[in-house]
Design a protein around this ligand. Structure first.
Ligand code: HEC
Length: 445
């Protein structure tokens, strides 16, 4: 019984007999799960490529892994496994604890080789590299800055983008970016003020979202030949969120773009719940309110395959969840984030596409904590929070990236998703003149 309990708790069993050492136990964990970001030129603030590197940071490593802050991976294990999952097992977390308690012995025997990283692009040489037209000067301090900077791609034919990677020149100030294609090819002509680009979080109305990159996030290829449309003549609009660090910086990124060899046979559809990041879902959180919840439900009009999930909220988002209730009544979890952190916005692709039959009901539930005991609350004391684009405002949604099981039905899916969004917007604006004015103002931007 005792042994069974110990096994369940995931504790290493024979630690009394054999001491945990770096060479034998810890190096394999660090080199496989940490070095990828913790090496020179990458986002993490210090390297983890040797015994000496690891010892120097051992105490914070023990804390950060125990709290599951590191490696960054906010999704709890769900009903379907994710691709490239970055999560330590309880066993590995406990090994690190024991190693630190034991005084961080190096161990005898050969030291394992740290992994080698080819310098440059993480997904290999891109098909197209564009440089932003001019450096943006981020001051030493002040509020966060949202800025859209556009560059023409010079495409003479329609293309499909399967991955984007970026190399910032001042990585420490780039908190996250979102990419869009402006099919009209006009965004690069828009300038406001002395710095390149223009402000706002709508990217000047650019129509084709191309994903994004967040602090510590890794670039991904879309699975199985899937790709996003980028029409000929498009500008690439990069929407930066800059975060001043105490030192003035000039940021000018290189963007590497990877094209699919051919038009994808299947089209991706994004099912965002609630639509428009909850703009039409009554997001209005009283100061001090500990648990404000918005729910949304959507029943699939056709059979789909889930490709991946992503979530978005600002600082006081707390828990985000999406489930699928199958026509037989089984409830499956597609995404569960229990401790939302604005700093770690990632996408979670399923290891295998998730088949969901027609009639499956998707449900999302988003919780916000606007109390003073939320350490991430940007307002002290808390203030009333409504929908908006600044970091003190809030938004929230969970999205499922999906393909139709029968490609001939993708139009039905897309039309249904669009129509639902339009109806929600229309109904809400008809009864809420304040919101209607806000939306008009947004559209006029
Ligand atoms: C996807 C990239 C990535 C991976 C993988 C990763 N880290 Fe980090 N790590 C970062 C970044 C970026 C920061 C800086 C975070 C910040 O400034 O908020 C960081 C910060 C840290 C810190 C400092 C935290 C603090 O409280 O100051 C520790 C300790 C750490 N990482 C340990 C690890 C360990 C151990 C692993 C592997 C088990 C790991 N990291 C894997 C990107 C990564």
């Amino acid at each position: 019984m005792k042994i069974a309990l110990i096994l369940i708790a995931g504790l290493p069993l024979f630690t009394q007999a054999a001491t945990v050492t770096f060479n034998h136990d810890i190096a394999p964990i660090i080199y496989k799960n940490c070095s990828e970001c913790h090496h020179p030129g990458e986002a993490a603030p210090f390297p983890l490529l040797s015994y000496a590197d690891t010892v120097k940071k051992a105490k914070t490593i023990a804390k950060a892994t125990h709290a599951r802050l590191m490696p960054p991976w906010k999704a709890e294990p769900a009903s379907y496994p994710y691709r490239d999952e970055r999560r330590l097992s309880v066993f590995q977390i406990n090994l690190i604890q024991e190693w630190v308690k034991a005084g961080m012995p190096e161990g005898t025997g050969p030291a394992p080789e740290p992994p080698k990283f080819a310098s440059g692009w993480r997904l290999g040489e891109p098909d197209l590299v564009v440089e932003m037209p001019a450096a943006y000067h981020v001051p030493a301090d002040g509020p966060d800055i949202y800025r859209n900077i556009a560059v023409p791609l010079g495409l003479t034919e329609d293309k499909w983008i399967t991955a984007i990677d970026m190399r910032p020149s001042a990585r420490s100030v780039v908190h996250h970016v979102l990419y869009f294609a402006d099919g009209k090819g006009m965004a690069h002509e828009r300038h406001e003020g002395k710095e390149p680009g223009f402000s706002g979080m709508r990217a000047g109305g650019a129509k084709f979202p191309l994903g994004g990159w967040a602090l510590g996030g890794q670039p991904h290829f879309y699975p199985e030949g899937l790709a996003l449309s980028c029409p000929k003549g498009s500008d690439l609009v990069v929407q930066y969120h800059f975060h001043p660090t105490g030192k003035a910086e000039a940021e000018k990124s290189l963007i590497g773009i990877y094209f699919a060899k051919k038009e994808p046979a299947r089209k991706l559809t994004r099912i965002q719940m609630p639509p428009h990041y909850s703009l039409f879902s009554g997001l209005d959180i009283a100061p001090g309110q500990k648990d404000f919840i918005i729910r949304d439900s959507y029943t699939l009009p056709v059979a789909i395959e889930g490709v991946g999930v992503s979530a978005h909220a600002h600082y006081i988002g707390k828990q985000l969840k999406m489930t699928a209730t199958l026509p037989g009544g089984d409830v499956k979890t597609l995404l569960l984030i229990n401790d939302w952190d604005f700093s770690w916005q990632d996408r979670y692709f399923f290891k295998d596409f998730v088949k969901l039959p027609k009639g499956t009901r998707l449900d999302t539930e988003i919780h916000w904590d606007n109390s003073a005991d939320n350490p991430r609350n940007p307002s002290s004391p808390p203030i009333r929070v409504t929908w908006g684009e600044e970091s003190k405002d809030e938004m929230g949604s969970v999205s499922l990236m999906a393909v139709a099981q029968k490609e001939s039905e993708v139009r039905i899916l897309r039309q249904d998703v669009d129509q639902r969004q339009r109806e929600m917007a229309r109904e809400k604006m008809a009864t809420d003149p304040v919101l209607a004015r806000k939306v008009m103002k947004l559209l006029a931007e």
